[in-house]
Design a protein around this ligand. Structure first.
Ligand code: BES
Ligand code: ZN
Length: 634
C-alpha cells in the first residue's frame, strides 16, 4: 500500500501553496482546495498521486472537428507539488499525446503506461517535471472517446446539423482531458473552444463575452470556472441550439424546435432555486442554466455546474417529471459544493441530493406530490432488498473501494431515507440547521462517510445516547434497512392502491377520466402494482382503456412497455422498437432489452434485431450496459 504511506505523509493545503512553489509559473493562488489523505479517501479509480503533485488549474484550447469526430488541442496545467517531486501522474484513456512542454516551451519527457485490464481506468500519463510547475500537453482525443458522443444530424430534432455532448461522471473525462480525474481533487479551469458555424458551444463554466468569428467558417468560445471543481464536472455540448431566459439567473438551451416545449417544462426553475436557497443556503455558482439535449443523452440529467444537462424524455407537457430539475439543482450543494472523495461514497452525492430534491418539490409543488414521490422511492428500496436479499453487502450506503453497491435504490433512495429518518427523529428545524452547516463548512471540499458520521455525532446528536438512538453507524455502514426508518405516509396513495387492488381481484380498470386526473406518480404507482403476469387480452384492454402506448409521459410509457414485453405481448413490439430507436437513456433502454432477453425464444430474436439497428446510436455507457445484457441474460 504505497499510496497509503504517501497519503499520510503530507497534506497539501492552501496555506502551503506559496512556500511550495519554487517555479516561475506559480499556480493561481485562489482557492486551492484541500485533499483528504485518510485511507478511506484514496481513490482506486485514478492513477494520480495528489499527495506528491496535483493539478490545481486546467486551461484548455481545443478544436471540435465534426468531420473526424475528434477533439484536440492543448491542455495547460498548473501544478502544486512537493518541493522534491520530480514527476506528476495524470489519467488518460486513449489520448494521443503529441508533446509535453514546460512554461518556457522546453520538451518534458513523458510516458503513457499500459492500460488496466478492464480498460475503464485507462492508463497513467507520467510527466517528468524537473522543477517545472506548469506543463502544456498537446493532444488529441480519439473518435471513440468514451465521454463524448458525436451525433449525426439525423439524431437531432433539427436533422440538419451535427451535435456533440460529453458525460464525465464517473471516470470518463480522462478520455478527452488529460488531468487528474478523481472526485477528491479539485481544479479551477478555463477553456477556449472552436466550432464550425452555426454551432453554439456551452460548457459547465461561465461563457465569456461573445463568440469570436475566426473568418474561416469557425467561431471561438471562451469559458471560465473560477471555483475549484472535481474534474468529472467539466462538460461540453455543441449544436444548433438557442437560449431562452426563465428568471434573472436561470434559462434553458435547446434545439430551436424543442426550445418552447423545454422552456415550458422548466419554467419553475427560478422558483426552485429560491426554494433551495431558503432551505440550505446561497446558490454559490452565479447562473443556473440548463440544456435539453437530444434523446441519445444516456442519463436523465447531469449536474454540470452552471449548465445542467437534461434528457428531453422528461418533457411530459405538464411538468410532472420536473423532480429531475430539482435533483440536478440540488447537486449544486450536494455533489458540486461538497463532493464524495471516492465513488464508494456516492450516496453522499446522490442520497443527499435525492433528499434535497424532495424538499424542493415539496416547496414548489406541495406536500401531496412530495409524499407520493417519497412513497415511490420507498417501494423501490423494498423491491431492491427483495431482489438482492435484505443483508446483501451491496445494500450498505458506504461501499469500500473495490466493492459494488446494489444500485440506485440504495445510493439514491436508501440514502435519502436515511436523511428523512434523521429529519423526522430530531425535527425539521434541527435537521435543516445541521445540513446547512454541513454544506457551509465543507463548501468546495471533498467528503467521506466517516466525516459525515463524525459530523452527525458532533453537530446533530445532542449526546451519545441520541447518536445511538439514531442508529447512525448502522445506517451508513450496515446492509439492509434499520428499524427506525421513516415510513412513507400510508395515505399518499390510498386511492390508487384501492384501484390497483380492484384490478388485481376483479380486473376492474379505472375509468379513463379518473386516470387522466391522477398525478403521474399515481399512474406510475398503479402500473407498478399491476399483476406481473397478464394475458394478451388483459393487456389489450388496459391499453385500449388507458391509452398507455400513446402516453406522452416517458416514465409511464416505459412501465407499460416493460410490463407488456415481460408478458410477450406482440402488439407492444413496434412501439418498443420506435422508443428504443430514438431514446438512449440507459435507465429505459437497458431494462427493456433485459426484459426482452428474459423472454427466451420470443424476446431474444426481437432484442437482437432491434439492437443491431440501434446500438450505434447509443452513448458508450448505455452501449456497454446493453452489451452485457445481450451477452449474458440473467
Ligand atoms: N449525477 C447523476 C448522474 C450520474 C450518476 C452519472 C452516476 C454518472 C454516474 C445525476 O444527478 C442523476 O442522478 N441523474 C438521475 C436523475 C434522477 C435521479 C432524478 C438520472 O439520470 O436518472
Ligand atoms: Zn444525481
Amino acid at each position: 500500500m504505497r499510496r497509503v504511506a504517501l497519503a499520510v505523509s503530507m497534506l497539501l493545503a492552501s496555506t502551503a501553496c506559496t512556500t511550495m512553489n519554487t517555479d516561475m509559473d506559480a499556480p493561481r493562488e485562489a482557492l486551492v482546495a484541500p485533499i483528504l489523505t485518510t485511507a478511506d479517501a484514496l481513490d482506486s479509480s485514478t492513477y494520480a498521486q495528489p499527495q506528491v503533485a496535483r493539478v490545481t488549474h486546467v486551461a484548455l484550447d481545443l478544436a471540435l472537428d465534426f468531420d473526424t469526430s475528434r477533439v484536440g488541442g492543448t491542455a495547460d496545467l498548473d501544478i502544486l507539488a512537493q518541493p522534491g517531486a520530480s514527476e506528476i501522474v495524470l489519467d488518460s484513456n486513449g489520448l494521443e499525446i503529441a508533446r509535453v512542454t514546460d512554461g518556457r516551451g522546453n520538451d518534458l519527457p513523458f510516458t503513457l503506461g499500459t492500460a488496466a485490464a478492464d480498460g475503464e481506468k485507462g492508463a497513467p500519463l507520467t510527466i517528468a517535471l524537473g522543477t517545472a510547475r506548469h506543463v502544456t500537453i498537446q493532444y488529441m482525443a480519439p473518435a471513440c472517446a468514451e465521454a463524448l458522443q458525436w451525433l449525426s444530424p439525423e439524431q437531432t430534432a433539427g436533422g440538419v446539423h451535427p451535435y456533440l455532448f460529453s458525460q464525465g461522471q464517473a471516470i470518463l473525462n480522462r478520455s478527452w482531458i488529460p488531468t487528474q480525474d478523481s472526485p477528491g481533487i479539485r481544479q479551477t479551469w478555463e477553456a477556449r473552444v472552436t466550432a464550425p458555424k452555426p454551432l453554439d458551444v456551452v460548457m459547465s463554466g461561465v461563457r465569456q463575452g461573445e463568440p469570436e468569428d475566426l473568418g474561416d467558417g469557425r467561431r471561438a468560445f471562451n469559458f471560465v470556472m473560477d471555483k475549484p471543481v472535481p474534474p468529472y464536472l467539466i462538460a461540453i455540448a455543441a449544436g444548433d441550439i438557442d437560449f431562452k431566459a426563465i428568471g434573472p439567473r436561470t434559462g434553458v438551451w435547446a434545439e430551436p424546435s424543442v426550445l418552447d416545449r423545454a422552456h415550458y417544462e422548466v419554467a419553475d426553475t427560478e422558483d426552485m432555486v429560491v426554494a433551495a436557497e431558503a432551505l440550505y443556503g446561497p446558490y454559490r455558482w452565479g447562473r443556473y442554466d440548463m440544456i435539453v439535449l437530444p434523446p441519445a443523452f444516456p442519463y436523465g440529467g447531469m449536474e454540470n455546474p452552471v449548465m445542467t444537462f437534461l434528457t428531453p424524455t422528461f418533457i411530459a407537457g405538464d411538468r410532472s417529471l420536473t423532480g429531475l430539475v430539482a435533483h440536478e439543482l440540488a447537486h449544486s450543494w450536494s455533489g458540486n459544493l461538497v463532493t464524495n472523495a471516492v465513488w464508494g461514497d456516492s450516496w453522499l452525492n446522490e442520497g443527499v441530493t435525492s433528499y434535497f430534491e424532495n424538499r424542493i418539490v415539496e416547496e414548489v409543488y406541495g406536500t401531496k406530490r412530495a409524499k407520493q414521490e417519497v412513497a415511490l422511492d420507498y417501494m423501490a428500496i423494498v423491491n431492491k432488498l427483495e431482489e438482492v436479499g435484505a443483508d446483501a453487502p451491496g445494500t450498505a450506503l458506504h461501499h469500500p473501494e473495490g466493492t459494488d453497491s446494489a444500485g440506485s435504490a440504495i445510493i439514491y433512495n436508501k440514502g435519502a431515507a436515511f436523511l428523512r429518518t434523521l429529519e423526522q427523529s430530531v425535527g425539521r428545524q434541527r435537521f435543516d440547521a445541521w445540513l446547512r452547516q454541513w454544506f457551509d463548512n465543507h463548501a468546495f471540499q471533498p467528503a467521506t462517510s466517516a466525516m459525515v458520521y463524525e459530523d452527525l455525532r458532533t453537530n446533530l446528536a445532542r449526546d451519545a445516547a441520541e447518536a445511538e438512538r439514531l442508529k447512525l453507524r448502522e445506517w451508513i455502514y450496515a446492509p439492509g434497512l434499520p428499524s427506525n426508518i421513516a415510513k412513507p405516509d400510508p395515505a399518499a396513495f390510498a386511492a390508487v392502491d384501492g384501484a390497483a387492488d380492484a384490478y388485481g381481484s376483479a380486473r376492474t380498470i379505472p375509468a379513463a377520466a379518473n386516470w387522466a386526473q391522477w398525478t403521474s406518480a399515481e399512474r406510475q404507482r398503479f402500473l407498478q402494482k399491476l399483476p406481473a403476469e397478464l394475458s394478451a387480452a388483459e393487456l389489450a384492454q388496459l391499453d385500449s382503456q388507458l391509452a398507455l402506448a400513446k402516453s406522452d409521459n416517458n416514465e409511464e410509457l416505459f412501465l407499460w412497455l416493460r410490463l407488456a414485453l415481460a408478458n410477450r405481448y406482440d402488439p407492444a413490439v413496434p412501439r418498443a422498437e420506435q422508443f428504443l430507436s430514438y431514446v438512449g437513456r440507459n435507465k429505459f433502454v437497458q431494462p427493456l432489452f433485459k426484459t426482452l432477453m428474459e423472454q427466451g425464444s420470443w424476446g431474444e430474436p426481437i432484442a437482437r434485431r432491434i439492437y443491431a439497428k440501434t446500438r450505434g446510436g447509443y452513448h458508450s455507457m448505455t452501449r456497454g450496459n446493453v452489451d452485457k445484457v445481450m451477452a449474458k441474460p440473467d
